[in-house]
Write a protein that binds this ligand. Structure first.
Ligand code: MOS
Length: 705
């Protein structure tokens, strides 16, 4: 397989609107998602239902399946004594049904297979499990979050320190010291998690596993399962033709995927289908930890920062370590000669926390950007001016120049578009009838990430048409459309000459649709394959000619710091008698490199802004520390912003196409929209009311004096 240095790509389709190439299938219902697969299965699937623990820690004493097995349609009940063994149990989240231990409430303890989904569900109700409860800890508190993790992603250093922070804070003319909190949040993509799986035999007699899974990365699922099942990765085929969102919760396989493949291993080749319920997602498919951020900002009277300290407390699970990188953006956002960041975790008997859109940046920048608003107030400065005075010349964390930053251009352009009134804020001075009115700003940032190991294949179909293959996934972002445009430009043909093939591990290796890295990682591989094809075959049109390649990186990551930036503006109204918050206006202006498809990109930004507003106003998972479970476990009690909540939202971006990070000039757009948005809302709510709330969600009760 060839690895090449790619040439920068000239834009023809890139930068123009192309309607989603899979739009018609989606809006007509023809698109078959993981739980919808009927054709091509080797038999009618059995339905699977999960039986879950009711204690937060302890042991399974006995499983009585007699009543369940008597129920019509129930075929089998599997528990830790009867489920197939796993060869690798090192992943404490995934190694289910291997022993009698219970690590959190809601853990999978038994599986019911039945001819119908109704029978499976009723069978699960009839399974009697005797559990022995043990003492547990399920509450994040400042006192118990003392464990220092091994690493936070993407950095290995959990703590950083530059200069004499304490000395600088002691000598500062202005100090802002405050603690900020963000709530537990659960990913709620439109399509719940689902898996359809079956085992078979290859021609050489080896066992094979085939599955449709709702995932952000088909190759990642196969890679994770292979050692657990004792199979070569090539014996596992994972397909994800359509995925209805993930927001990170489908970035890695969760235990329900293992449950499905273990159950399928017992059926003699008959497929097994599991559709995780919305309620079960609150137990099993990941969530964002709550965070506590202790901030200290030291500054001169003119607002120039001299010291930044950000000490984070959050939680992980005893089953497996996951440390949200909440202070990471603090390391590189603003100039300050002295800085300190740290992460400490409470190790709890709860499900393993996981990725949720902009893990780290979202809660971390909420805290940082509200703290900056407080500093602007303390210095009597316009909050945009405060940021201007603290723009770093180079990345404060690495000392490298940013390839492009242009944060202040985002603020200035946003200020004009929004109608921002410059000057010091006068909180609680504007009223419109029964509503206090305020405006707020915050900065956004997200690192540009490009994953190694991506391979693409280009094959001539004749007559100027090409099949372009890569095992990546479109989780609803528009990747299928955008990759088609990149392939078209790389082969210098029109987009309708490209037959893009994705979402199948039978296609070349691709990394996860996560970390806003998909377009950069997969697109670069497609450019490499196309340029290799031209090098191998020129413009010959003969069908069947093909080339495969991956893109080599140069030394640019040693020469530049790659991040995207943005400025978020909001108007907030707070009802003077009820405390109700409304957000009539939300605007984000971004510098993200080249925008490849303005239509799908705009949807990413708007979705991110809305999700940030949703975090600011509504989203909060409530865990009952007495029992260890999440109480808010549906979309009625865990409200996600919907149409009526969104009054006005707009996004725009700077023209930028620096082709240093990728040959396309793009840097990734999936996550930055959620970053900073909650802070902008909180800052606007303060501007409206004069009440500083340092915790999201900003519920109405906090604004009642
Ligand atoms: Mo995203 S949280 O990186 O899948």
């Amino acid at each position: 397989m060839t690895q090449i240095h790619t040439e920068p790509l000239a834009a023809r389709s890139m930068g123009t609107v192309l309607d989603r190439v899979d739009g018609a299938e989606k809006v007509t219902g023809a698109a078959a998602y993981a739980a919808d697969q009927h054709g091509g299965l080797p038999g009618r699937p059995l339905s699977l239902w999960l039986v879950q623990s009711t204690v937060a820690r302890g042991r399974v004493l006995a499983v009585d399946a007699a009543a369940a097995l008597d129920h019509p349609g129930v075929v089998a009940v599997l528990d830790h004594t009867s489920a197939p063994r796993l060869e690798d149990t090192s992943n404490g989240e995934l190694a289910i049904l291997q022993d009698d231990r219970i690590g959190f409430r809601g853990q999978i303890l038994a599986l019911v297979l039945a001819e119908t989904v109704e029978a499976a569900r009723e069978g699960a109700r009839l399974v009697r499990i005797a559990e022995e409860a043990a003492p547990f800890e399920a509450e994040l508190r400042e006192e118990n979050a003392t464990y220092r993790p091994d690493k936070v992603n993407p950095a290995k250093d959990t703590d950083t320190e530059t200069g004499d922070v304490d000395g600088a804070l002691a000598g500062a003319e202005v100090v802002v010291e405050a603690t900020y909190r963000t709530a537990y949040e659960h990913n709620n993509p439109l399509e719940p998690h689902a898996t359809t799986a079956w085992w078979g035999r290859a021609d050489d007699g080896a066992e094979t596993l085939t599955m449709f899974d709702s995932t952000q990365g088909v190759h990642g699922v196969a890679t994770a399962l292979a050692p657990m099942l004792g199979l070569d990765k090539e014996r596992i085929r994972v397909l994800a033709p359509y995925v209805g969102g993930g927001f990170g919760s489908k970035g890695e396989a969760h235990a329900h995927v293992v449950a499905t493949v273990l159950a399928a291993r017992t059926t003699g080749g008959r497929p097994v289908r599991l559709a995780v319920t919305r309620q079960q997602m609150f137990d099993l498919t990941g969530y964002r930890t709550a965070t506590i951020s202790h901030f200290r900002l030291g500054a001169r009277a003119d607002g120039t920062l001299t010291a930044i300290e950000h000490r984070v407390q959050e939680q992980t699970s005893r089953l497996r370590e996951f440390a949200e990188q909440t202070a990471s953006p603090t390391r590189m956002m603003y100039a300050a000669p002295h800085r300190r960041t740290s992460h400490r975790l409470a190790v709890l008997d709860v499900a393993v926390p996981s990725w949720m859109r902009a893990p780290g940046e979202m809660p971390g920048m909420f805290a940082h950007e509200v703290a900056m608003d407080e500093l602007a107030g303390a210095c009597g400065l316009d909050p945009i001016e405060l940021r201007r005075r603290n723009e770093p010349g180079t990345d404060p964390a690495t000392g490298l120049p940013f390839d492009t930053r242009r944060l202040m251009e985002c603020f200035d352009r946003g200020a004009r578009r929004f109608g921002w009134t410059a000057g010091r804020r006068r909180p609680g001075t504007t009223r419109d009838g029964e509503w206090w009115v305020g405006t707020g700003v915050a900065a956004a940032t997200y690192p540009a990430m490009r994953q190694p190991g991506n391979v693409a294949r280009v094959e001539s179909l004749g007559e100027g048409h090409y099949a372009v293959s890569i095992g990546s996934v479109d989780i609803g972002t528009g990747a299928r459309t955008v990759l088609t445009q990149i392939a078209a430009d790389a082969l210098q043909v029109a987009p309708d000459c490209i037959d893009l093939r994705i979402a199948d591990t039978a296609l070349p290796m691709a990394t996860v649709a996560g970390g806003s890295s998909g377009t950069s990682s997969w697109g670069s591989a497609i450019v490499a394959a196309a340029q290799q094809f031209r090098a191998d075959h020129g413009h010959q049109a003969e069908a069947g000619l093909h080339s495969e390649a991956s893109a080599l990186r140069g030394d640019e990551v040693e020469r530049f710091s790659f991040h995207s930036f943005g400025a978020v503006f909001t108007e907030v109204r707070v009802h003077r008698y009820t405390g109700e918050l409304r957000v009539p206006r939300l605007l984000g202006v971004y510098n993200v490199g080249r925008v490849i498809n303005p239509k799908t990109a705009r949807s990413q930004f708007l979705g991110g802004l809305i999700m940030g507003m949703s975090a600011a106003l509504f989203e909060e998972s409530v865990r009952d520390p007495r029992f260890g479970h999440i109480v808010t476990r549906d979309l009625a009690t865990y409200h996600v912003a919907s149409h009526a909540d969104v009054r006005g939202v707009e996004a725009e971006w700077l023209e930028d196409e620096t082709p240093i990070f990728t040959p396309m000039g793009s840097r990734g757009i999936g996550e930055i929209g959620i970053v900073g948005t909650a802070a902008a809302v909180a800052n606007a709510a303060y501007d409206a009311t004069g009440i500083r709330v340092r915790e999201i969600p900003l519920t109405a009760d906090r604004f009642l004096r």
